[in-house]
Ligand binder design. Structure first.
Ligand SMILES: [Zn+2]
Length: 385
C-alpha cells in the first residue's frame, strides 16, 4: 500500500513508520495552524508564538493519531491478529492488519477502540485546558490544548462515519456480520456504502470548487478517491482470501520452471535468458534439478560486459532468499503475501532442496478466476462466527 517509508521507533512491539506522503500533510497542518487557526482564535499573540503553537499542535496531533492506531493494534494483538505496524501517511494513520478478524465481536471491539481513544484524548485535553485557564497558564499552552481537544473529537467523529474501511464502517460490517452470519455479504454492503460516501465527498469537492475554495476542493476530492479505492480494495481482498483459504501452492504451481546451470557463461545467461524472460532472478540447478542457488539481474549488472564471456554462473551464484522460496504445502495466502513483500514477481517451489516448480502472481489469479467461475461468483461463502 505504501511507497517509501521510514521506521521512527517501536512501541509495544509495533513499528511506527512515516510514509513519504506524510511530509505534505505535516507541512499543511503546521502551516494552517500557524497562519490560520491560531491567529484567528488568539489575535493578540506574536508570529513566533503562532509558529511554536503550530509545530507543537501538529506534533501532538500526529501523536494522537498514533495512540488511536495503537488502540486498534492492541485490541487486535489481544485477539492474536497479526499486525504489521502503524504508518502515518497523507490521510492520517493506518494500522496494517495481516488478516481478517475471526469474529464480528472482535471486529467490533477492534474498530471501536480507535474512536473511543480519540474521544478520551479529546476530553482529557479539554480537562487540562480548563485547569490551565483557571491557573492562568500561558495562552499558547492552553490554546494548543484546546486545539487538541477539538481535533481529537473531530477525528473520532469522522472515523465513526459508517463508510468502510473507516472505523464506523467496520462497526457497521461487524453488526451486519453478526446478524447475517455472512462476512462476505456484510463486507460487500459496507464497502458499497464506503464507496458511496467517497462519491459524496467528490461531489462536495466540486461544490467547494464553485465557491473558489481550491485547497478544500482538492482535499475532499483526494479523500473521496482514497475512500472509494480503499473500500473496493478491501472487498476484493476478502473475496481473494475467502477463495484461497485452505488451498496449497501445489494446486496452482507451474512445473518445469526455467532454470540455469552453473557451467553456463554469463553471456549465455544474459542472451538466452535475461533478454528473453522478464524474471528478476533465476534459479541455478545441477543435473538432478537440485537447487544450488540463485542469480539475479542485479548481480550481472555489476559485472563489466567485457567479462561476461570469461565468467560462469557458478562463480556468482548466491543462496536463494527464503523470501523467494515456498514448499508445495505452503498456504496460498502465505504465498501471496510473500510475493507481495518480496516484489520479485516469482516464487520457487522446492521440496528437500529439489526445484519442483514456480509460482507467479498470474498463476494465483488464473487459479482464482477458474475457481470463482466454477463456483459461480454470486454464491456467497458463509462464515458463522
Ligand atoms: Zn481508527
Amino acid at each position: 500500500m505504501f511507497g517509501r517509508s521510514v521506521t521512527l521507533f517501536k512501541i509495544f512491539g509495533f513499528s511506527i513508520r512515516l510514509d513519504a506522503s506524510w511530509i505534505l500533510i505535516a507541512i499543511l497542518v503546521t502551516w494552517s495552524l500557524a497562519m490560520g487557526v491560531f491567529p484567528y482564535a488568539y489575535p493578540e499573540l506574536s508570529h513566533a508564538d503562532y509558529w511554536w503553537m503550530g509545530i507543537a499542535g501538529a506534533v501532538l496531533f500526529f501523536a494522537s493519531i498514533v495512540v488511536h492506531e495503537l488502540c486498534h493494534s492492541l485490541v487486535a494483538n489481544h485477539y492474536k491478529l497479526p499486525m504489521r505496524g502503524i504508518t502515518l501517511f497523507i490521510f492520517g494513520g493506518v494500522a496494517e492488519m495481516g488478516g481478517e478478524p475471526q469474529s464480528a465481536k472482535i471486529e467490533f471491539l477492534m474498530a471501536i477502540a480507535g474512536p473511543l481513544s480519540s474521544i478520551a484524548i479529546g476530553f482529557i485535553c479539554r480537562g487540562i485546558q480548563m485547569v490551565g485557564i483557571n491557573a492562568n497558564w500561558p495562552i499558547p499552552v492552553t490554546g494548543v490544548l484546546g486545539y487538541l481537544a477539538w481535533i481529537n473529537l473531530l477525528l473520532a467523529g469522522f472515523n465513526l462515519i459508517p463508510a468502510f474501511p473507516l472505523d464506523g464502517g467496520r462497526v457497521l460490517r461487524a453488526a451486519l456480520w453478526h446478524f447475517k452470519h455472512d462476512l462476505l455479504r456484510a463486507t460487500r454492503i459496507a464497502s458499497v456504502i464506503g464507496s458511496g460516501f467517497g462519491i459524496l465527498l467528490i461531489i462536495f469537492a466540486v461544490y467547494q470548487l464553485f465557491f473558489g475554495n481550491l485547497v478544500a476542493a482538492v482535499w475532499y476530492f483526494l479523500i473521496g478517491m482514497f475512500l472509494r479505492g480503499a473500500s473496493k480494495a478491501s472487498y476484493r481482498q476478502l473475496v481473494l482470501r475467502t477463495a484461497l483459504q485452505g488451498e496449497q501452492v501445489r494446486r496452482f504451481m507451474r512445473p518445469h520452471p526455467i532454470a540455469v546451470h552453473p557451467d553456463m557463461s554469463i553471456r549465455q545467461l544474459v542472451e538466452d535468458y535475461m533478454y528473453r524472460y522478464d524474471f528478476k532472478f533465476y534459479p541455478v540447478v545441477d543435473e538432478a534439478d537440485d537447487l544450488i542457488g540463485c542469480v539475479t539481474t542485479n548481480q550481472v549488472r555489476q559485472m563489466p560486459k567485457e567479462e561476461w564471456d570469461r565468467h560462469q554462473v557458478g562463480e556468482v551464484v548466491r543462496p536463494c532468499s527464503p523470501e523467494d522460496t515456498v514448499t508445495p504445502d505452503t498456504d496460498a495466502i502465505n504465498a501471496m503475501q510473500k510475493l507481495e513483500q518480496s516484489g520479485d514477481g516469482e516464487l520457487l517451489v522446492t521440496e528437500r532442496n529439489h526445484l519442483l516448480a514456480v509460482v507467479t502472481p498470474r498463476d494465483i489469479v488464473n487459479f482464482l478466476a477458474a475457481k470463482l467461475r466454477l463456483q459461480g461468483s454470486s454464491t456467497p461463502i458463509s462464515h458463522t462466527p
